[in-house]
Write a protein that binds this ligand. Structure first.
Ligand code: FES
Length: 228
């Protein structure tokens, strides 16, 4: 796997009606959303080539997924970005729990890691005075790689680990679909208009081409049965 040499070179540039160009030797892996009992785990998928610069398909029609092969030109892909560039803290609701709180910006990628053996993250927050529930609430919020949920202390401190820069291609065999592109480690995502989205610890980009909240995933891949 290639090494990250210069943090300043790391960036994702969205090409107008085209792919995501990833710069800076960002490690690229495939992960499989795997049901285990009543919870989920990310398991390693196939090995993907490591490159200094690579382009990931955004239209969902490439014949060489997850990479762009130029097919977006043939289908006149409409990749218009419609998502808000406001910061997470502005967009998210704050839900008060017993011992810890939960931020929720409602950007769901249907990854389902908010489902745990002991209930959903929102319910666990309400019972977060109990140690096991609190731990599970923090874990499940952190594993929501869409970046939708963030567990926070009563003082407002984020209760999540900081991810290293990485790009992960998700597969969701349980739903028989291919899922989002996960971007970890506060990588800057620059829109086609040259303006950037807030760098996040983790976020989910659309790669089926159908999201109503481009460039972010809105679980359209599940509704349209997207399979790369
Ligand atoms: S974005 Fe280029 S083929 Fe899909």
């Amino acid at each position: 796997m290639s090494k990250i040499t210069d943090k300043n070179k790391i960036k994702i540039k969205i090409i107008k009606n085209g792919p995501y160009c990833v710069f800076g030797s960002v490690p690229l892996t495939e992960k499989i959303i795997t049901p285990v009992g009543k919870h989920y785990e990310y398991r390693d998928g196939r090995k993907l080539p490591q490159k200094e610069v690579y382009s990931l398909c955004r239209c969902g029609k490439s014949k060489t997924p997850p990479f762009c092969d130029g097919y977006h030109d043939q289908i006149d892909f409409d990749g218009r970005e419609t998502a808000s560039k406001l910061k997470y803290a502005t967009r998210a609701d704050l839900l008060a729990g017993e011992k810890i709180d939960l931020m929720d910006d409602h950007r769901c990628a249907f990854l389902r890691f908010c489902h745990t053996e002991k209930g959903k993250t929102w319910d666990l927050i309400e019972r977060s005075d109990k140690l096991e529930e609190r731990k599970l609430a923090i874990k499940s919020a952190e594993e929501c790689l869409a970046g939708r949920l963030t567990a926070v202390s009563k003082e407002g401190r984020k209760l999540e680990k900081e991810f290293k820069p990485a790009v992960e291609i998700l597969q969701d065999p349980e739903k028989e679909v291919s899922s989002a592109i996960i971007v970890k480690g506060k990588i800057k995502v620059e829109g086609a208009d040259g303006k950037t989205y807030e760098p996040r610890n983790t976020l989910a980009l659309c790669r089926c081409g159908e999201s109503d909240n481009k460039p972010f995933c809105d679980c359209s891949h599940v509704h349209t049965g997207f399979k790369e």
